[in-house]
Each structure stands twice: as structure tokens, then as C-alpha cells.
Write a protein that binds this ligand. Structure first.
Ligand SMILES: CC(C)(COP(=O)(O)OP(=O)(O)OC[C@H]1O[C@@H](n2cnc3c(N)ncnc32)[C@H](O)[C@@H]1OP(=O)(O)O)[C@@H](O)C(=O)NCCC(=O)NCCS
Length: 183
């Protein structure tokens, strides 16, 4: 069991409501629970059919993931590290996305558009950093962040990640690699 198994309420940070989001401006309590297969494939199906999620995390013109592909992705990540479902408390715990803590990647996806830009990704990254420190890791790596993914860039830079590589992928899309020293 890691620290992330324990409910760690997020800080109710005041957030500036934007015309774009029109969401409540307080970060709800956030916890990470361990992925449970195969049940969470169903939970995640709508996230990986979401064009924004696919565009920002996978690239342009990526078709929705089949359940088979989601399960394969989760099994692959589980072999590399620990996979979590992100839940927020709104009267009850509601799953809103996933995250994984691996040595060479830390994917974070808030799958439901209504929950983005509310401080949830920030809280998730704080929890992952805490876990990595508890595990005695030296470094965290965000291996591929598209140059157009402003929320993700802001998120990693806010927590002290340094851009260590600029590349262009097989589709001609520019991406960045970020690393954070945990010392
Ligand atoms: C990237 C992602 C995980 C960030 O989570 P989030 O809960 O939306 O992020 P937060 O609300 O904690 O905000 C993090 C920073 O990004 C900024 N941000 C969030 N959404 C933004 C937007 N639409 N435009 C500009 N900045 C934005 C916030 O202002 C904040 O910066 P600040 O604290 O300096 O003001 C989330 O947006 C997401 O799941 N996106 C789709 C999938 C994805 O891109 N995953 C990452 C792949 S590398």
C-alpha cells in the first residue's frame, strides 16, 4: 500500500472562474485509489472517447480507444508502475480520471471536461510527487507533453519540472520532455 491509498483531501484552493470553464471555483477533495481491472475499463471508456483527452494526451486525429485498448494500456502501465483512478468528493467519491506513477512517465488524465482547470490535476501531481519521494525515487519524468498542451505545461512547470528535451514525433508534432529532481 502506498500513501495514495489513503484519502488525502485536496486543499480547498480558491480558483479563478473563467468564462471558458464556468465551473465551481474551489478544488474538491481529491484521492487516488488503485486501479481495479477489469471493472475500471468501463469507468474509463468515456474518458478515452473524449476528443479533448485524445487530442491533448495522444495527438491529433486519434480515434476513440476501444475497451480492449484501454485494458491493454492499463495492463502495460501496471507492469511499469502503479496506476490510479482519480476520484473527487462531491457528496460521494466520483471517478474523474486516471494517473500513473512510473519511473519514466507520469500520465495524468482528467477524463471529464467539467473537472479540468479546477486544481484537480495539481493535487494529483502533488500526491504523485509525495509517493515518489516516499519510495525514495530521485527523479520524475513526464516523457511526452505536446507543445500545444498549455494546461499540462503549466502544471509541470508549476511543480518545478524542467524541460529537458524537445522533439518532433512521427506525426510531425512538437513535444517536450520534463524532469523533476526530487532532492
Ligand atoms: C493536463 C491536466 C491533467 C491538468 O489538470 P487540471 O486539473 O486541468 O489542471 P489544474 O486545474 O490543476 O491547473 C494546472 C495549471 O494549468 C492551468 N490551466 C488549466 N487549464 C487551463 C486551460 N484550459 N488553459 C490555460 N491554462 C490552464 C491552470 O491555471 C494551472 O496553472 P496555475 O496554477 O499556474 O494557474 C488536464 O487538463 C487534463 O487531463 N487534460 C487532458 C489530458 C492531458 O492533457 N493529459 C496530460 C498529458 S501530458
Amino acid at each position: 500500500m502506498t500513501l495514495s491509498d489513503v484519502s488525502k483531501p485536496g486543499v480547498a484552493t480558491p480558483r479563478t472562474e473563467t468564462a471558458e470553464s464556468q465551473q465551481p471555483c474551489v478544488t474538491p477533495p481529491v484521492k487516488l485509489r488503485h486501479l481495479a481491472l477489469p471493472g475500471d475499463v468501463e469507468t474509463a471508456a468515456s474518458w478515452y472517447a473524449n476528443p479533448e483527452v485524445l487530442y491533448f494526451s495522444e495527438g491529433a486525429k486519434v480515434p476513440p480507444f476501444s475497451k480492449h485498448r484501454i485494458e491493454n494500456m492499463y495492463r502495460w502501465l501496471s507492469e511499469k508502475g502503479t496506476v490510479y483512478i482519480i476520484e473527487v468528493f462531491e457528496g460521494k467519491w466520483v471517478p474523474v480520471g486516471d494517473a500513473a506513477l512510473c519511473k519514466d512517465l507520469i500520465p495524468i488524465v482528467i477524463g471529464d471536461n467539467r473537472y479540468r482547470n479546477r486544481g484537480i490535476g495539481s493535487r494529483v501531481l502533488e500526491l504523485l510527487i509525495e509517493d515518489a519521494i516516499t519510495l525514495g525515487w530521485n527523479t520524475l519524468i513526464a516523457h511526452k507533453v505536446f507543445s500545444y498542451n498549455t494546461p499540462s505545461i503549466k502544471l509541470f512547470e508549476k511543480y518545478g519540472f524542467i524541460r529537458t528535451f524537445v522533439g518532433v514525433d512521427e506525426n510531425g508534432e512538437m513535444f517536450f520532455r520534463y524532469e523533476k529532481s526530487l532532492h
